[in-house]
Design a protein around this ligand. Structure first.
Ligand code: URA
Length: 216
């Protein structure tokens, strides 16, 4: 066998150090949370007990946005853990989605006093955070539950009864997202006759997950 001649160079190898995406996301979410924690002149923040930021899997391809924490969420510090959360869990289960496999957040991160609907100015202020939040999670499908979430992304001119159940696209920070607006579970608890529309939307969401072959 012929001797092999090895040539060694003295120059250092130009190594590129990359950080895993997962770690970046956790980092960015932590920074966003700190930014929200530090906002000034916000009635919601001054009256709430806790910052309610998120639940679920930050790497999920499905992100769901509600309105804001209620009493139980404010106590526990997690979104959708009260009655609306119980219904949400059932809705997800009906289309074979495990809650822990998706990412859940709200438009406002502090409980509005007496569970009032966030005001237009509050929605506008918090929509900046929501856009950043969406960019960090970078979902394949974005579900906006209720008129507050719809308003935060599409403005105040739309009517949820007309817009729900239709796939839309929205560009946030130069990235296009597929969006579905649907009724909020708290609304469905008050208006049970609207559940049939919600079921149509849920089945449409399941169909899209399957056709895009999402890992949910
Ligand atoms: N309703 C919401 O919109 N979000 C919650 O976290 C709880 C109830």
């Amino acid at each position: 066998m012929k001797d092999v001649e090895y040539i060694f160079e003295n120059r250092p190898i130009n190594r590129i150090i990359t950080k895993p995406v997962v770690e970046d996301k956790v980092d960015l979410l932590e920074k966003l949370k700190t930014k929200i924690q530090n906002i000034d002149n916000c009635e919601l923040k001054s009256k709430a007990k806790k910052l309610v930021f998120n639940d679920g899997n930050p790497n999920s391809e499905l992100m769901l946005v509600g309105e804001g924490p209620g009493e139980k969420e404010d106590l526990i510090g997690k979104p959708f853990v009260g009655d609306a959360g119980t219904l949400l869990n059932k809705m997800l289960k009906a289309i074979n989605i495990e809650r822990g496999k998706i990412y859940i957040t709200n438009v406002v991160y502090f409980r509005p006093p007496k569970n009032r609907k966030p005001e237009a100015a509050e929605i506008m202020r918090y929509s900046e955070f929501l856009r950043e939040h969406i960019s960090i999670i970078n979902p394949k499908i974005l579900i906006l539950m209720g008129s507050t979430a719809m308003e935060a992304i599409f403005g105040s001119k739309l009517k949820i009864s007309k817009e729900r159940g239709i796939w839309k696209e929205i560009i946030i920070n130069n990235k296009k997202y597929l969006v579905m607006i649907t009724f909020h579970p708290a609304y469905l608890l008050r208006q049970a006759e609207q559940k049939k529309y919600s079921w149509t939307d849920l089945k449409e969401i399941r169909k899209k997950i399957d056709s895009l072959q999402l890992k949910i």
